[in-house]
Design a protein around this ligand. Sequence first.
Ligand code: HEC
Length: 245
Amino acid sequence: MFKFLDRVIFLLWLCCVQAHAQTFPSIGRAATVAEIAAWDSDVRPDFRGLPVGSGSVSQGMKVWEKKCASCHGAFAESPAVFPPLIGGTTSADIERGRAAGLTAVTENSKTTIMKLATVSTLWDYIRRAMPFDAPKSLSVNEVYATTAYLLHLADILPADFTLTEKNIAQAQLKMPNRDGMSTAHGMLDVKGKGDVTSLACMNDCYVNEQSLVVLPPSVNGLNGNLAEQNRNYGLIRGVDTSTKR
Ligand code: HEC
């Protein structure tokens, strides 16, 4: 009896699925394996997804001069189109794994290599986004080469180095800000705590319409008084950031 019922239920289910599939026969199709592979190209911090390949510092210099230097400068130092990619790190940073210049209060801009914790991100970004005017046009080996050249400019790799999927982990060990990534903070530090608290609301939500965002007094007045710049709809109200507070 149960077997019979099971079969009926299964057949009904099958009919539903087929009817559903036929509702919009012209819309969509299953992605092919090749299409999924083309999108699934990210390289992770543990180097999962990194393709086999190699590129030397000197090959990288040639690619750089042809395809990158016009925007970023011969030594990746130019602030013309974007803050400099390389500069501002020291051998002490490489030793320590934290770029001291990040916390220094200076007029100088923070460079990419000062902020970057993972070398995989550099590789991945170059492959998917650069050169800006022809993204995805570099070969895998050219991506290795330009990455090697940038790492050489940052004193992470010697001039005769050839970067490959097998030795890229060595470069990671020398990234000047490799220990600089943290997720336990907000945008601004308020007495040792992040500035934003998020509460998961499960029921009776939004009874209290008070903003949960706290700003340190030092930013008051920087952009006027947020309380006077509210939209007149929605639940979030700007906090009083007048300097008189
Ligand atoms: C036509 C100008 C141009 C060229 C050529 C160019 N870039 Fe860029 N690059 C940019 C711009 C603009 C950005 C910032 C893009 C953004 O934030 O959306 C950028 C960003 C970058 C970044 C990320 C910096 C960061 O901190 O986020 C890297 C790394 C980089 N470029 C490497 C390269 C390499 C390697 C080449 C050569 C293969 C190259 N670029 C060629 C304009 C260029």
